[in-house]
Design a protein around this ligand. Sequence first.
Ligand SMILES: O=P(O)(O)OC[C@H]1O[C@@H](O)[C@H](O)[C@@H](O)[C@@H]1O
Length: 323
Amino acid sequence: MAAATPHSPPPQQLSSPFLEYIRAPGGLDKVVLRGRRSCSVEIRLFGGQVTSWKNDHGEELLFVSSKAIKPPKPFRGGIPICFPQFGTQGNLEQHGFARNRFWAIDDNPPPLPVNPAIKAFVDLILKPSEDDLKMWPHSFEFRLRIALGAGGDLSLTSRIRNTNTDGRPFSYTFAYHTYFSVSDISEVRVEGLETMDYLDNMKGKERFTEQGDAIVFESEVDKVYLAAPSKVAIIDHDMRRTFVVTKEGLPDAVVWNPWDKKAKAMQDFGDSEYKHMLCVEPAAVEKPITLKPGEEWKGRLGLSAVPSSYCSGQLDPLKVLHG
Ligand SMILES: O=P(O)(O)OC[C@H]1O[C@@H](O)[C@H](O)[C@@H](O)[C@@H]1O
């Protein structure tokens, strides 16, 4: 489907030293949030997708494939929004249509209780088109706030409201499909999911229980961890960096790395890029979320990147996870 190009908002809507609207050809308009020093976040209106998150030193923290392609195909990397369907669980395209649509700047969002110290944020909104309603016959308003905290942490807050006028509820599955940039996948461990039950997408979604210590990576992984803790740590040994992922309203967490064979089979992914990325995706997969008309759901993703020299014992992942 040809993606309609967005109409750029009048500049006064974006009058802030912390926020810049950049027009680009081919519907690639984006918003840049600027924080302290070299911290920044870039969001494409196409897909409402975060495509860059940089730290104090201007280092890119999210993975974006060198072969990522342009609209109307989804962009391989950053934080794609999977809605109203995760994966192939339904009759829509994989991961639903929200990541393949142009979102608009929401210049009058309903108030969202946030930390008043956060100045760098933008509100986006997605509503279904006539074509979308033919595929998924439900009216909704999907409001997404992306915010860059004073310390460089990134948060995404989704508010999805059922605006059906026919009295019908709707159910959906959802994920923040987050691609983390890592130095070397074989030097990465994930803390917080050990002993959790998961559905293994590589074994017919059969249910298993994770072993008792940190998860490490030696081959393709595609697992949906169920009722996962609200905090998960991704420890990048070589980079001496730990990503702390927090989630609210999202019971599950998907962990995915395509490894070599699947990497070669993906057109928009470099053959060896699997070594430098890991997806940990706060999600609602096992139990779809159901909203009655007028009801609103809120789902939040919090990301921070903390220095960690795990080998020296300076970082205790349990302290990171449990405060
Ligand atoms: O290529 P897509 O549609 O972005 O999906 C990539 C991966 O997304 C993951 O979340 C799924 O668990 C995988 O099964 C899937 O392959």
